[in-house]
Design a binder for this molecule. Sequence first.
Ligand SMILES: NC(=O)c1ccc[n+]([C@@H]2O[C@H](COP(=O)([O-])OP(=O)(O)OC[C@H]3O[C@@H](n4cnc5c(N)ncnc54)[C@H](O)[C@@H]3O)[C@@H](O)[C@H]2O)c1
Length: 327
Amino acid sequence: MSNVLVTGGAGYIGSHACKALKAAGYTPVTYDNLVTGWKDAVKFGPFEQGDLSDRARLDEVFATYQPVAVMHFAALSQVGEAMSEPGRYWRNNVEGSLTLIEAATAAGCLNFVFSSTCATYGEHDNVVLDESTPQEPLNAYGASKRAVENILRDFEAAKGLRHVIFRYFNVAGADPEGEVGEHHRPETHLIPVMLEAIDGTRPALSIHGTDYDTPDGTCIRDYVHVCDLVDAHVLGLKWLTDGKGSRVFNLGTGKGFSVREVIDASRSVTNREVPHSEGPRRAGDATKLVSGSTRAAAELGWEPSRSTMPQMIADAWRWHQNGHYEG
Ligand SMILES: NC(=O)c1ccc[n+]([C@@H]2O[C@H](COP(=O)([O-])OP(=O)(O)OC[C@H]3O[C@@H](n4cnc5c(N)ncnc54)[C@H](O)[C@@H]3O)[C@@H](O)[C@H]2O)c1
């Protein structure tokens, strides 16, 4: 069975990717320092604790497992924190990724799947966001991801590192079988924050800005189910192992939901009120981020099946009520 090195495999998306990889016949080897991840989330293959910046440890892991590919999820990813602590983001996400990329190429592992983000696009009025949209990130998080995309291009030219870059829109939902789910501490993503407000584990959801140029004044985002997202990663891996060239794909559904619309949908899925307050805008947030691309469907054959808003909220709510990690 082929090994795939999954950095960040103890985190939200990486743990779902490990489950999908195992189901597809691969052995996912998680490499994670547990800064935001959970050992309990590593259920589908071996765990190797380590930091992206630790070249010797990475060399050892590449030598032990000889992976056919790297799926690189490990990163810090909170926009608010990136605005106040940009150095942490550049060091962890860019320097860390560079060390990983150097270790992979030195080990002859030349297939690389990278978690990028729609935050690399920044603010574009009335523009459909597809893979050719200029990348003008508004925050250090998006800038750090754009930088890694550029590093990958340089390493392809110099070392033959073929890569698939996925620019995710907002990822939501949880494994319908309840084995893994979203568990960030602190939680900053809208849907789980809303569910915490609903069950009283946090006082109220604060809406960051109600004066945006959108129909109801709140920011608009495109949401994709984590299981659909990781299915695309398995297709991206096959793309590379089939020998196809480096490619960038947006992963979103093309439908935008405002914060108020997500609150309304949560109320109707859970049958509970969503305590919320209205606050000022948060620095670094774009007004609207919605994918305008069908490339992943057309070229990878990606067919999202759980990415409706009620389904994503229902899956997240089930996990929120029944699942959590101890450590
Ligand atoms: N969740 C989203 O909506 C979303 C949207 C766009 C992009 N992304 C990207 O997807 C990836 C996964 O996001 P997530 O929501 O699962 O985050 P997460 O915080 O749950 O997972 C990240 C994992 O990486 C690990 N990690 C971080 N820095 C590390 C380091 N230096 N060395 C080793 N391990 C390290 C953490 O311990 C954690 O387990 C990230 O790269 C993120 O930027 C996420």
